[in-house]
Every structure is written in C-alpha cells, then in structure tokens.
Design a protein around this ligand. Structure first.
Ligand SMILES: NC(=O)c1ccc[n+]([C@@H]2O[C@H](COP(=O)([O-])OP(=O)(O)OC[C@H]3O[C@@H](n4cnc5c(N)ncnc54)[C@H](O)[C@@H]3O)[C@@H](O)[C@H]2O)c1
Length: 422
C-alpha cells in the first residue's frame, strides 16, 4: 500500500476540545479537513463560523472556511486519506470505562472505510483498546488491517487554555498495529507536529498517555493531602511548596486545590485500574490518589464552615459567592469540576448560594446563573475562590467581601484578617 502524496484530506471524528484544534491544525497546514460530529449544534456553529472552544477564535474559523468542512454524515469520510477519532471516553455509572462513543464511531466508520485509508485513534483509553476493540469492528468492513487499511493509536496531549505548548510544539506519540501503520501515522502527524515519536506498539502509546495523567493525579493527591496536614499543623502549605520548589533538581512543583476536574485526570486512571483488574492486579496508587482528590471538595466545604463559624455564622442561610465553576482557569469546561461538588454540598447545607464565572453562564443542574461580580459581592457573607480565572481583581474581592477563602493560592502575597487560604 503506497501512502498518498501530501497534502492529504483528513477526516476528524468528534469536534470537541481535542478534535476541533486538531482539525484547525491540519487546515492551517493546507490540508482539506472533513470535520464530523453527531451534535448538530456544533455543526451549525461551525457552519456559521462560531467557535465553541475557548482557544479557537471565530476569525480562525473564518480564515479556514474553505478548508474545513463540518458534517454529520459518515459517508463524507470515504473521500479522506486519513481519519482521526477524537470521541469521548468517559466512565460509566460504576466507574468502569464507557467505550460506547468509540465503538459507535468505529461501527459507523467501518461502513464507509476505504482501501488505503489510515485510521488513528486519539481518545484516551486503556492499553489494548485499539487492537482488541477497534480492529475487529473496522475489519467488519471486509478489509484487513495492515494490508487494506492502516490503524494506529496516537494520544492527544492538549492542555486546553495553554499557550506555551501547542499542537505543533508538543511531541506526538504514535504506535501502529504494524510497522507500516506506524510509518503512515508518523508521516501524517509530521505535517502538523515538529516531533513525532514512534513507539513499538499501540499499547505502549495507550499506556504512556495514562502514565502522564496518573503521574499528575498522584502528585496532585500528594499535595492535596499535604494541604490537609498543614491545616492541622498550622503550617502554610504554599510556603512549603515554594520552598521545596527552589531545589533545582529532583522536585517537580504541583499545587494543591479544591480537587481534580476535567475529562482526563479524574477519569483516565480508572481506565488503567479496570484493565489491571482484568489481570488480577490492583494498582494502589491510582485508587488512593482518586480517593484523596475526590475527598478534597468536602475538605473545602469544611474550611468554609469553619471560616463562617469564626464569624459566628452558620452555613444555613449564609450568602456564599463561589468564584469560578469550571475545572480550571481560563476555560468553561465544567466536566467533573470540583466547584460543582462544593456547590452541591453547600446547597445541601442550606447556604444562600451564588456563583460568578465569566466562562460558565449557567449551571442548569443547580438552578444557578452566573451573577455579575459586583452584584454577587453585595451583601455576601463569604467568597470562596474555587477557580482562579484571569481578569478578576482578587485584591478588590478581598477588600470588598467580609470573608474570603482561597482554594487556589491566587491571593498569595496578600495578607488580611478576613482572608484564609487552603
Ligand atoms: N479535553 C482534553 O483536555 C483532552 C486532552 C487529552 C485527551 N483527551 C481525550 O480526547 C477524547 C475527546 O475528548 P474531548 O475533550 O475532545 O471531548 P468532547 O466531549 O469535547 O468532544 C467529543 C466530541 O465527539 C462527539 N461525538 C461523540 N460520539 C460521536 C460519534 N459516534 N461520532 C462523531 N462524533 C461523536 C461529541 O458530540 C463531541 O463533540 C477523550 O478520550 C479524552 O479523554 C481530552
């Protein structure tokens, strides 16, 4: 099978936080891109030149209008040289991998799979998914992997909101089912990435991605636990971490916070735990880190209760303004956000709640709309900084509110009677 000459026509399945930036990266390098999503609102937005991903401006979509074709029809992928799958891989209700989106996408793709096409899976998943789950589905097309079509896994490493590392400057890992598959994937990504690292198997690439996320999860759990201990010891955890960070080797900084959110860190480690259990192996670090991080919102609520208690106020009926609802600063993604857990716990305790988040206009499940910051600060009893979005004058917040509690360390350097930090 000869690879098609560049530029290739690339199909992207799933135009979310991962798929849309990837589609843009290929379009910007002169490729024709077919962007497929089953959510008609996304297709409509793209057709109207409206971006729904913070890192991508409407003007970028406008410039690339001729090269990026949004569609909801899998048949449009038949004309592509390469198809990249970027659909969600969440957890089910019993915290086991839910591969429904991925298997559905594979099913639909196998119906239109063409000889000579390269298929790449980018969704985060447990080792073995590409070979054990995707190959059989795609081979239902009657075509054989390695000889009729190519298949590889290449994990997405995007960090939404980040500007110092981009799709181009972040090295890309690829692992192919065959050497030919790996070479095809390498050549594809070399079009948009400065460095492509070819691994021996898709399983290695799948596990490398999980290691990256588990590494973060475990280290965040470590500093979250340290923050709880420092609270008991009456030691400033931020000063401890600042101090340790002065060591130029052998230490990597992680900051404590209100818990772990997003689609990746709270979810991905459990993909590996699931696979490990299939092999009678119980990975303790993963479970322990998950336990510590998931308990962090409750610890934050306890800190809020204590802060109000110091002012002789109960949580019930107190006006609490939560600053930031998304899981990280600068973006509007609320998936698994610890702010939601904190809001829920405070709601159960009877707090008079409001929140302000310039990126999240409403929280339908909690029946709350983001309030104007000035309105929210009027007559409030306590402000809890849960996500430190840019563009907010935190010094002014501390000056205006009777009490502020900061779970992100954004007010470091500020000392005031009415200010406490994690
Ligand atoms: N968001 C991140 O920061 C990030 C980073 C690295 C890896 N990942 C991984 O990338 C994958 C995608 O994540 P995301 O954040 O982009 O998700 P997302 O929810 O933002 O986007 C996924 C898109 O896929 C679409 N979709 C679902 N089923 C489909 C189907 N059968 N056919 C076509 N489209 C379908 C959805 O409508 C949605 O628009 C996940 O596996 C995630 O773990 C995400």
């Amino acid at each position: 099978m000869q690879p098609p000459p560049s530029p290739t026509r690339v199909g992207i399945v799933g135009l979310g936080y991962v798929g849309l930036p990837l589609a843009i990266a290929f379009a910007e390098t002169g490729h024709d891109v077919v962007g497929l999503d089953l959510d008609p609102r996304k297709i409509e937005a793209l057709n109207e030149g409206r971006s729904y991903v913070e890192d991508i401006g409407n003007e970028t979509l406008e410039i690339l209008r001729d090269r990026l074709r949004p569609t909801g029809d899998y048949a449009d992928l038949a004309a592509c040289d390469a198809v990249i799958i970027c659909v969600p891989t969440p957890l089910g209700s019993s915290r086991e991998p839910d591969l429904t989106y991925l298997l559905d996408a594979g099913d639909a793709l196998s119906a239109v799979l063409q000889a000579g096409q390269l298929v790449v899976l980018e969704s985060t998943t447990y080792p073995g998914t590409t070979r054990e789950r995707l190959v059989p589905i795609l081979e239902r097309s009657g075509r054989t992997v390695g000889s009729d079509f190519h298949l590889a896994f290449s994990p997405e490493r995007i960090d939404p909101g980040r500007t110092d590392y981009t799709v181009r400057t972040t090295p890309k890992l690829v692992g192919g089912i065959t050497e030919g598959c790996a070479e095809r994937a390498r050549a594809l990504y070399a079009e948009i990435c400065d460095e492509v690292v070819v691994l021996s198997t898709p399983e290695t690439a799948e596990l490398a991605k999980l290691l990256e996320n588990i590494f973060r999860s475990v280290n965040i759990a470590l500093v979250n636990e340290l923050a709880q201990l420092c609270d008991r010891l009456q030691i400033n955890v931020w000063e401890v971490i600042d101090a340790a960070s002065t060591k130029p080797f052998g230490f990597m900084r992680f900051d404590p916070g209100p818990g772990m959110g997003g689609h990746c860190l709270p979810v991905d480690p459990f993909y590996l735990a699931f696979k490990a259990r299939e092999h009678d192996f119980y990975p303790e670090f993963i479970e322990l880190a998950g336990k510590v991080n998931q308990a962090q919102p409750a610890f934050c609520v306890e800190r809020i209760e204590r802060a109000l208690n110091d002012a002789r106020k109960p949580v019930k009926g107190s006006k609490i303004l939560v600053l930031g609802a998304s899981y990280k600063a600068g973006i509007g993604d609320i998936r698994e956000s610890p702010a939601l857990k904190i809001l829920q716990l405070l709601q159960v305790l009877g707090a008079d709640l409001s929140y302000h988040d310039p990126f999240v206009p409403a929280l339908a499940d909690l029946g709350l709309d983001s309030v104007d910051l000035e309105d929210g600060l009027a007559e409030v009893d306590l402000v809890a900084i849960v996500t430190a979005h840019p563009g907010i004058d935190y010094e002014a917040v501390v000056a205006d509110a009777p009490q502020t509690i900061d779970f992100r360390g954004i007010t470091r350097g500020l000392e005031a009677e009415n200010l406490t930090r994690l």
